[in-house]
Design a protein around this ligand. Sequence first.
Ligand code: 5GP
Length: 245
Amino acid sequence: MDSKKLIYAGKAKDVYETENPDEVIVAFRDDITAGDGEKKDNLQGKGHCNSLISTKLFEILEENGIATQCIELKKSCHMRAKKLEMIPLEVIARNIATGSLLKRFPFEENQKLDPPIIQMDYKNDEYHDPMLNEEITIALGIASQEDLDEIKKITLKINKILSEFLKEKGILLVDFKLEFGKDKDGNIVLGDEISPDTCRYWDINTLQTLDKDSFRQGQDNVMDIYEQVCGMIVDEKDLKKWKIT
Ligand code: 5GP
């Protein structure tokens, strides 16, 4: 790999510096975790699937005017990306009420959320990613009001673009989590990944889970599901190029 020092190790990805100070390699691992890291496993091929899916979705967003960190899939599991100063926010967009929203608030299960809900959590393991409001976010120095307004605007745009794209592939985009950073010029850029690890995808006809909820629920066909989604989202030529059959 053209990478050198490991500069960040997450629960399912590593980030390495490269020869170019403005670029990094994001390495997708096969590790999978849930419940604040309490449930763990290693699923062979998951990093491969997620790197292909994320690269494809970033490409769709770039084509629609959203700045993303992604430059190219350099090889399986390795995305060449712009180096960003990450903002410790988990920006969650919800189109349907499910997951933690039902545990915390009296929404009806599967209630349609129109307009979508944008929620921001503090990405901080020590504090277990608590939900923020704008005043707390600004007082902690995590982001300015201007940054928050822009992040919200971009997230709503991403939701629209991805919902439409995935609908054509037979997938309902239920909710998802994004992470943003700033590039060397101070521009807000979408980073991290968009994959079945970070989104809820439901089969548009059967409403079957096509994402990490399968792992959270203890299903034994998690990798089959990731491969199925990869086949639905990624172009045939790229599946062939990167040798997923
Ligand atoms: P919920 O808050 O209902 O658990 O999650 C909402 C959405 O955000 C889901 O698509 C979920 O996968 C994603 N999400 C929320 N927090 C995290 C997180 O810490 N890590 C990952 N990978 N996804 C998250």
